[in-house]
Design a protein around this ligand. Structure first.
Ligand SMILES: N[C@@H](CCC(=O)N[C@@H](CS)C(=O)NCC(=O)O)C(=O)O
Length: 310
């Protein structure tokens, strides 16, 4: 039996869930970012991030790795194109979605539900529009004479879709008049069964989302999301966020222990040997000789959030 730790607001989890459904696989879904799912998620992924796929003793973390595993293990209804060059192109689209597109939509939405009025750093939305313009142009070009980015529906489309559902609400959308193929693709995608189901789940989630998820004390900052912010010159704003405690790293780690300590000198330094969110997943025994193992990180229940979407 497959278990997916997911969340209807996470573009990474949404991508994986659409792949599972596209392949017609049965799975149990657990909302890993809900208070109820937190400890179970933390036990399989010390970074406490969704998605995670569990099959028996096997734990697969990171959405693109989960998709690769599913494609290998369940090759029916493929999401990778068969032709090697087209497959490489599809994986490049997936990487673009997982890195730059995710970073921009995350940062402009302040991690999900948007900045309080007047709180968005000046110039952030304009920077997003500038960096999205070439992406929209590339998509428009790639769709010439095609219904989907790489011919048939593939991981390229499923990876981009959750992000494109967010751009209008974030006011960083493309212009349909100058990007008619992109607009037609988006409308087409919304009619694909697994995408329609995905949107319905996300909309339902947004209607019922608990306030703690919408207004958490701090949001998770990591990897590409920080990289884009720094590359676009918002470093001073980010440092201030860390100082005021509005930012945390995956698994609850501080993005900068030095800045956090400066902001709160009475907080004790981390104990020697404290486990890191960068550690690998923990379990006592393994049937697989090549699965890296470490002890799970325990942490208190919390809720979190990820992305504006509509
Ligand atoms: N590289 C990871 C990224 C996963 C990720 O960033 N997940 C976010 C949700 S979008 C998460 O679980 N964050 C934890 C939180 O918000 O508490 C992947 O591709 O799966």
């Amino acid at each position: 039996m497959l278990t997916l730790y997911d969340n209807a607001f996470s573009p990474f989890a949404r991508k994986v869930r659409m792949v599972l459904e596209h392949k017609g696989l049965a799975f149990e879904a657990i909302d890993g970012l809900s208070a109820a799912g937190h400890d179970r998620l933390a036990a399989v992924n010390p970074r406490v991030e969704v998605p995670v796929l569990v099959e028996g003793d096997l734990v697969v973390v990171n959405s693109s790795h989960i998709v690769a595993y599913l494609e290998h293990r369940h090759p029916q209804r493929p999401v990778y194109p068969a032709d090697p060059a087209t497959r490489a192109a599809a994986l490049a689209w997936e990487r673009l979605a997982d890195t730059l597109l995710d970073a921009i939509t995350h940062d402009v939405s302040d991690g999900g539900f948007g900045f309080a009025p007047g709180a968005m750093p000046s110039g952030l939305r304009e920077a997003a529009r500038e960096d999205l313009a070439p992406v929209y142009a590339d998509v428009e070009l790639a769709l010439a004479g095609r219904e989907f980015l790489c011919g048939a529906l593939s991981i390229a489309d499923l990876a981009l879709f959750p992000h494109v559902t967010a751009v209008r609400a974030l006011e960083i959308s493309f212009d349909g008049a100058t990007h008619p193929r992109l607009l037609a693709w988006y409308k087409r995608m919304r009619q694909v069964d697994v995408c329609r189901a995905d949107l319905e789940r996300t909309q339902t989630f947004l209607r019922t989302v608990p306030p703690a998820f919408q207004r958490p004390a701090s949001i998770v900052w990591r990897g590409d999301r920080i990289e884009w912010l720094l590359a676009r010159g918002f470093d001073a704003w980010f440092v201030e966020e860390i100082r005021r405690g509005g930012s945390r790293g995956p698994g609850g780690e501080r993005p900068s222990r030095r800045l956090a300590a400066e902001a709160n000198p009475r907080r004790p330094p981390p104990a020697a040997g404290m486990r890191s969110a960068y550690a690998l997943r923990g379990a006592s025994s393994s049937s697989s000789p090549c699965t890296p193992r470490a002890n799970p990180v325990g942490s208190s229940a919390s809720t979190s959030r990820c992305r504006w979407s509509a």
